[in-house]
Ligand binder design. Sequence first.
Ligand code: IPM
Ligand code: MG
Length: 371
Amino acid sequence: MAANKKLMFLPGDGIGPEVMGQVRKVIDWLGDNRALTFDLDEGLVGGAAYDAHGDSISDETMADSMAADAVLLGAVGGPKWDHVAYEKRPEAALLGLRKNMDLFANLRPAVVFDALIEASTLKPEIVNGLDILILRELTGGVYFGEPKELVDLPDGSQRAVDTQVYTTGEIERIVRVACEMAKKRSNKVTVAQKANVMQTGVLWRDVSQALHDREFPEVEMSQMYADNAAMQLIREPKQFDVIVTDNLFGDVLSDEAAMMTGSLGMLPSASLGAADPVTGKRYALYEPVHGTAPDIAGQDKANPMATVLSFAMMLRYSFDMADDAELIEQSAKNVLASGMRTGDIMTPGSQLVSTTQMGEALLAEMTKLTS
Ligand code: IPM
Ligand code: MG
């Protein structure tokens, strides 16, 4: 029998540990009911790691994460660590994981669940059936470009610099993923850039178009300025299928797309590296799109769905276990359809439940669907 897959759990801060707890239950369920077992390891990340040993991730936890077959992360950060030195802030751990594992492709699906249409701030006819994928470049651009500095000037004022850099290769590899994913969806890729004001935008436009013409002529590709994309997302989101964009625009557009679904607490994400040509191993980190929600942390109020659905993405993309992924996803839909809601997606007439109750309802539904 093949060795168990090694999973690294990094619950992080705020609601991270409690939502992650529900994934543990799902894993136990898979062991009991599907004879599917994993080797689980766990480490500290973010503010939790900083409080324990003065850095947002230890070398050991970084090494364990890189040795795992896949990493599941809760969330990092919070007001408690606002004044921590820039290199040691909780977010630095996340950026370090992304960079060290070269997780260049960040998949952020924005899907409107039928049961949650009322939770969106947009009109139902604008969002019903919405299913788009934001593909964000995750290891380049202004997040990592050098110089990156905040310097004191002689007159006592300061000067800050962040640098937006992209190379042909960095753009090609993410656009290639976009085209491949689009072929399995509605075959449309929109490249969001600012070729009207940025040289990197010109490169994004030209490289993506050339790659399309060369390798994916059958995919429909369009170019759109990122500000217009932000506007079009609100105006007519269903015109999009896959949106591929740089690190910073992707950060912004994915939050916008996520909130249109009315349920930040529902949305999973995957960050993938390239497959190793020899071993076939692909670095992968899965995490909910939402943050640490410090206001409700530790109160058993958070929505565990985004993290559970991130685990389902792990089963699909890292382990080729599409059936088990679908079982989890279908159970999530059914639980919502039954009217259960955590506070973030609560609407009048629904049943308000806790994190734990939501997790248990999910397991009950998985049992029901498989018996
Ligand atoms: C995200 C987050 C991160 C980012 C933060 C926490 C560093 O906003 O994953 O979208 O800006 O990439
Ligand atoms: Mg963000």
